[in-house]
Design a protein around this ligand. Structure first.
Ligand SMILES: Cc1cc2nc3c(=O)[nH]c(=O)nc-3n(C[C@H](O)[C@H](O)[C@H](O)COP(=O)(O)OP(=O)(O)OC[C@H]3O[C@@H](n4cnc5c(N)ncnc54)[C@H](O)[C@@H]3O)c2cc1C
Ligand SMILES: NC(=O)c1ccc[n+]([C@@H]2O[C@H](COP(=O)([O-])OP(=O)(O)OC[C@H]3O[C@@H](n4cnc5c(N)ncnc54)[C@H](OP(=O)(O)O)[C@@H]3O)[C@@H](O)[C@H]2O)c1
Length: 519
């Protein structure tokens, strides 16, 4: 055990310490930051210091309580910076950059990437070298600025609703917050353990060779498509195998179709209504061939690189066995709006409690658990939330898609760019930030955007954006739409022209008309 309670390590010092601990790969030397002089009982133990645990503990501390975080990793922040959001953004940034480079290969100042493959291993290694920085910052911030107590680098074992053991010690608290997250779902077919089969975590932890010319991706959700677009952008043949149509979460058919068409244009191959039934090895423990069952029959594909994006399994086993918390059919811990489980004094937050598995929900769940532990009666009501993902583009959406709106409203009006004009590939709209080269030289690649409006009440029902740079705006647009934003109010806003989404000016163009019409 390393008692860090009286140290004041800089972020750089934390980088060195965490890297040493990760390289040693043991949990014999946990970092313990507990104020021996503080005799108060802990208000809550947060088991897991990821998004849910760390933000929950910080909120509880800010309210004057005393939290303790226990995490098996030697850093705070959890899977987001280590395995999930951060590497995903690195790969998606690389995919967007490579799309630009490939589209304009040999033109202007762009190198000629035609026929060339970019190293996946180099990008993964670059991420591995950089990822300790965010970890270190979170240790520094949590200790020096947020005044949080923690035991890091030690698996916690639940003893009862108030007690957890870790690092050879036993800790008690008034309440327990389960924030142990989730792990990638396995495929469960012959050969899925072979070298060359990866998920989002093992890709960044274990990749130690340069994948060959063909990548096979299984799944049709965000993870599969985001990583698939990256592999494709590196120049590899990329085959996406999915049981259903990909990207069902994008609830506007036109937006989804635009995306899928652009991916196909980049050479992505979609094998839908299909299942990967076996992975065959080369006799040395490495993947050589995958077998895919398609509606047209069985297909065999030679590859040394398979990526699984199959969703998540909750880390709920111990809580279920020791505490008896209620879980749903998928093993996700059931909670009420107060984030309280079926067991008194036990709360649960984050991916452990199921979809949507996004950072905002984990962090807010932690905050609501903290408020209730500190005596408030606070209920987290998950309302319509903005969503996003990456393909080669950044894609954002919120509210109702056109189909859903037409089912519920009689007078649906759509404002969009580019307008319907299937024969004309030369419409240079939308033309926003980071899309200007496409707008001038390859207009049909410059993105897509759409507002769905109830023409009677004039309220915005949904918004969709494919391109770049609209994500920040969607965070603030969501509550305004929830609160009844109208086309007229939208048209009153001040745009920073050129801007990525064009929504304000499109609304202004129509706001003058008593009877709203499509645009
Ligand atoms: C590929 C991918 C990309 C993603 N990208 C995004 C994105 O761009 N934006 C977004 O909003 N969301 C994204 N997500 C979702 C996001 O990563 C999760 O919703 C979020 O990390 C969940 O936080 P959490 O606190 O519930 O779990 P985690 O962050 O996983 O934290 C759980 C913690 O519990 C610890 N733990 C578990 N068991 C024990 C134990 N017994 N003892 C001690 N410690 C334990 C773990 O070490 C871990 O630190 C992505 C997910 C994936 C898979
Ligand atoms: N915000 C972001 O940018 C971001 C990025 C990545 C991930 N995430 C979050 O992280 C979580 C995990 O993402 P995800 O994309 O992995 O999960 P997901 O959305 O649950 O999608 C899982 C996919 O895997 C398929 N699948 C599951 N089991 C399968 C099997 N045995 N064989 C074949 N296909 C199978 C599913 O197909 P079926 O439809 O046929 O079941 C589905 O297409 C999600 O909650 C997601 O929102 C967020």
């Amino acid at each position: 055990m390393v008692d860090v309670s009286h140290t004041h390590w800089s972020t750089s010092r934390w980088v060195r310490e965490i890297e040493t601990r990760l390289a040693a790969g043991d949990d014999e030397q946990p970092f313990v930051n507990i104020k021996g002089e503080d005799r108060r009982e802990f208000d809550a133990i947060f088991l897991g210091g990821g998004a849910g645990g760390r933000f929950g503990a910080a909120y509880l501390r800010a309210m004057g309580g005393r939290p303790l975080i226990i995490d098996r990793w030697p850093f705070l922040g959890g899977s987001c910076p280590h395995h999930a959001c951060v590497p995903h953004h690195v790969f998606s940034d690389a995919a967007a950059q490579l799309l630009l480079e490939r589209t304009f290969s040999g033109q202007l100042w762009f190198q000629d990437l035609n026929g060339k493959t970019v190293s996946i291993l180099d990008v993964v290694e670059m991420f591995r070298r950089g990822r300790t920085g965010p970890h270190a910052f979170m240790n520094f911030q949590s200790k020096e600025q947020l005044d949080l107590e923690f035991v890091l680098g030690a698996r916690g074992r639940i003893l009862d609703a108030h007690t957890v053991s870790a690092a050879g010690r036993t800790f008690t608290a008034k309440d327990l917050v389960l924030a142990t997250g989730a792990r990638p779902q396995a495929l469960g077919v012959a050969g899925d353990h072979l070298k060359g089969v990866f998920d989002y975590a093992s890709l960044v932890d274990d990749l130690d060779y340069e994948p060959g010319p063909t990548a096979v991706v299984v799944g049709g959700g965000k993870t599969a498509i985001e990583y698939g677009c990256f592999f494709n952008a590196t120049g590899r043949r990329t085959i996406v195998v999915s049981r259903h149509q990909p990207l069902p979460m994008i609830n506007d058919g036109e937006t989804r179709a635009y995306l899928l068409a652009r991916m196909e244009e980049q050479g992505m191959e979609f094998c839908t209504s299909a299942e990967l039934t076996a992975i065959e090895g080369d006799g040395q423990g490495r993947v050589r061939v995958v077998v895919i069952r398609t509606p047209a029959g069985e297909v065999r594909v030679a590859t040394d690189f398979v990526f699984l994006g199959l969703g998540e399994r909750p880390n709920s086993e111990e809580a279920r066995e020791v505490l008896g918390v209620d879980v749903d059919a998928g093993g996700f811990v059931e909670v009420d709006g107060r984030m309280q489980t079926s067991v008194p004094h036990v709360y649960a937050v984050g991916d452990l409690v199921g979809a949507p598995m996004e950072m905002f929900k984990a962090r807010k769940g932690g905050m609501y658990a903290a408020r209730n532990i500190m005596g408030e009666d606070a209920h987290y009501q998950l309302s319509d939330y903005p969503d996003f993902m990456h393909t080669h583009y950044e894609v954002c959406w919120l509210g109702l898609g056109e189909e859903g709106a037409r089912e519920r409203y009689r007078n649906v009006v759509v404002l969009k760019l580019p307008p319907d004009n299937p024969d004309d590939q030369a419409v240079a709209l939308p033309a926003g930030d980071r899309m200007m080269l496409y707008a001038m030289m390859k207009p049909h690649l410059s993105g897509f955007q759409k507002l769905v409006i109830d023409g009677t009440s004039r309220r915005i029902l949904g918004a969709f954006h494919v391109g770049c740079g609209a994500k920040d705006g969607f965070q603030y647009l969501a509550p305004m739409v929830r609160n009844g934003l109208t086309v007229d109010e939208f048209g009153e806003m001040d745009e920073l022209f050129l801007n990525p989404s064009y929504f304000i000016q499109l609304c202004r163009l129509r706001a003058g008309s008593k009877v709203l019409r499509d645009l």
